[in-house]
Design a protein around this ligand. Sequence first.
Ligand SMILES: [Zn+2]
Length: 276
Amino acid sequence: MEHIAHTCKSCGNVFQGNFCNLCGEKILHASDRSFKRFAETIFKSITFADSKFIKTLWLVLKKPGFLTKQFVEGKRVKYLKPLSLFLVLNLAYFFFPVIQLFNASLNTQLRSSSVLLYLRHLYSNVVATKASTMGVDLAAFSLIYNLKTVGLAKLMVMIFVVIASLPLNLLYFKRNRFFTDHIDYMVELACFNLLVNAIVLSIVTAFTGLGNYLNETSLTIIFIATNLYFLIRASVQFYDEKGWRLILKSIVMMLFLKVALELYRSILFFVTIWSL
Ligand SMILES: [Zn+2]
């Protein structure tokens, strides 16, 4: 059975075994088309019982950095690719982007760009000008803006990932990692944040009374604590960093995450305004 030559249905390559060695297409057997297999596939996609997905998700929580390390070292079959995991979580997050993480409503934009008073002033002016050109009041403009920005944010999250990964090139220069390896690392961090600080946090606040305690301060504390956990553990795992350098570099990265988030939100703000 194994030694029969097959002609690939997708690319025409002649090969032996169950998978095409050029494009990866699978040989379809009669059993693949049985009703039992069909029902299994449906069951899996509905219940999310796909063990690979759950296994990968759990790994990101329990052993930060391990998934990226495996992926970069070419061990890619056992777990979901970081980017695939990211796309699934991103989709889930943007169904209900209650927590302002990669999504930022007009209200959030006008409040949180408070780092520089000048920026806050600029934003208000831009909004006022745009609203009057469109001939709507601020409340109506806010509604239109928020609808538009959610869709754009969903597509633009990768900008955050790339910006946030830049300092890693300097901090871990001696580790001989590729530029894209650092991006993969940051993709895993984004997955972690989408899961812990967006999806799980939203669910917990929706089903318990904890929502009343969530404010700017408590959210910041949760973000800092969870991200430090990830950065410290993942740097040990992925960059073999240890000792005081580990702590110092993790704190530097933590601060830069905030900068990257602000930068990303600014870009999102101007793209949203421009596209209206
Ligand atoms: Zn093929």
